[in-house]
Design a protein around this ligand. Sequence first.
Ligand SMILES: *[C@@H]1O[C@H](CO)[C@@H](O)[C@H](O)[C@H]1NC(C)=O
Ligand SMILES: *[C@@H]1O[C@H](CO)[C@@H](O)[C@H](O)[C@H]1NC(C)=O
Ligand SMILES: *[C@@H]1O[C@H](CO)[C@@H](O)[C@H](O)[C@H]1NC(C)=O
Ligand SMILES: *[C@@H]1O[C@H](CO)[C@@H](O)[C@H](O)[C@H]1NC(C)=O
Ligand SMILES: *[C@@H]1O[C@H](CO)[C@@H](O)[C@H](O)[C@H]1NC(C)=O
Ligand SMILES: *[C@@H]1O[C@H](CO)[C@@H](O)[C@H](O)[C@H]1NC(C)=O
Ligand SMILES: *[C@@H]1O[C@H](CO)[C@@H](O)[C@H](O)[C@H]1NC(C)=O
Ligand SMILES: *[C@@H]1O[C@H](CO)[C@@H](O)[C@H](O)[C@H]1NC(C)=O
Length: 359
Amino acid sequence: MSVSSFGETTMWFFVFVIIPLSGNPASACEMTFSPPRIVVEFGSPFVANCSSSSCNNVVGMGWETPLIKGGLKKNVSSLPLNVIKVEVWDPAPMCYITFTDNAPQKLKTLQITVYQIPTRVHLNQSHWGPVSEGRLYSLQCDVDEVAPAESLSVVWYKGGKKLSEKESESEKEASSLPPKNVSLLVELEADRDDDGSEIRCEAKLNLSSDGRSPPPVRSASQKLTVIYPPTFIQPGNETLEVTSDAKITLNCTAAGNPSPTYTWHFAQFTYEKMKQLNKNESILTPEFASSGIYSCTASSPLDQKTKYFTVNVASGNRTAFAAILGGFVCLGAVLLVAGLVFVTPNGTFSFPKGNSGIL
Ligand SMILES: *[C@@H]1O[C@H](CO)[C@@H](O)[C@H](O)[C@H]1NC(C)=O
Ligand SMILES: *[C@@H]1O[C@H](CO)[C@@H](O)[C@H](O)[C@H]1NC(C)=O
Ligand SMILES: *[C@@H]1O[C@H](CO)[C@@H](O)[C@H](O)[C@H]1NC(C)=O
Ligand SMILES: *[C@@H]1O[C@H](CO)[C@@H](O)[C@H](O)[C@H]1NC(C)=O
Ligand SMILES: *[C@@H]1O[C@H](CO)[C@@H](O)[C@H](O)[C@H]1NC(C)=O
Ligand SMILES: *[C@@H]1O[C@H](CO)[C@@H](O)[C@H](O)[C@H]1NC(C)=O
Ligand SMILES: *[C@@H]1O[C@H](CO)[C@@H](O)[C@H](O)[C@H]1NC(C)=O
Ligand SMILES: *[C@@H]1O[C@H](CO)[C@@H](O)[C@H](O)[C@H]1NC(C)=O
């Protein structure tokens, strides 16, 4: 019992006293990198400095990496790593310190991200043609040869406005991996307002939290085509009140893709006049306005819509004259009736007899 207890005490003594005496307490001897993290484009140079502090009994320091032919550098407290050209995707350079007292080497890996901006970014049209209004369509952005793929995000723009953003779903394994081809897609509902708008996508690499990242790579723009049935821009029928000498303009313009064709109909016209009328025009300006209902049909392979124009033609200045004349005739009639009722034959003013008792 007492022997075992003594043994334990000796062991604890060893742990707390003997090791600190060896001169390299794990807590005191530190290695730091400057800069602490490297972000470098494949094929470019970089410099990093490994520094040690509070380390005793140091033989020397070294870098272990496929980037350079290293080796132990004796009697130094810092050692730079000077790489002319990074041509390894995951170099993971390690800085180490060797001690005189056969204590294990101290190691630390420098965090390094080797990136490659995509060689090509494009909207893949095999998934994308004319689309019907209300349908879902996908915009696939293909990003070729990008590294590290897990830092990629794609932004889609419609007419210069940001439409959507998506991050790559590549797994965050090692910090740097060989380039990959990545395809990301968004699904959108087709809207007629988007017909003819320019779509593009942009590939971004987010390599550091402080925003220092290579500039984004843009795809070429593609025109979006949305097909939709004819729709009158001002819906509803129209009623026009005009005088005979006024010109009328019947505007049947309808939006639609494919663009609609137009046919006109007016029941009051003869066959010959109808033929002149039946032109493929969205706006009709008849030579002479005639009262009646004109109809216009806008047709496309998708649908057809009809709009009615009710035209009421009044006969010019005669109308006003007739109105004034009509007014006078009415007034005359009223005066005549009043005269018959209120005025006695001898010219004095009187009320009908039945009412005199009341007054
Ligand atoms: C590396 O760091 C040490 C200490 O921090 C400094 O004395 C030395 O000049 C640096 N070397 C280079 C090449 O920057
Ligand atoms: C190691 O460097 C220290 C000071 O930097 C110097 O005093 C010592 O002589 C050097 N030893 C060797 C073996 O170069
Ligand atoms: C478009 O994407 C499809 C599958 O997603 C692929 O097979 C095709 O090669 C791509 N087209 C282009 C031009 O990259
Ligand atoms: C990526 O795509 C390009 C062409 O689109 C092809 O040449 C290349 O081999 C692909 N790379 C990988 C890693 O699949
Ligand atoms: C970039 O990534 C860092 C973390 O890796 C994150 O904090 C930061 O918000 C990201 N920036 C953008 C613009 O996505
Ligand atoms: C236009 O008039 C026609 C026929 O009178 C009618 O069927 C239709 O509903 C009207 N349209 C509108 C939008 O008022
Ligand atoms: C016809 O209507 C359309 C749509 O409302 C409008 O853009 C166009 O200017 C009009 N045309 C005329 C001649 O009024
Ligand atoms: C009608 O006019 C439109 C636009 O001017 C044109 O695209 C269409 O082909 C024409 N249709 C017919 C049947 O003439």
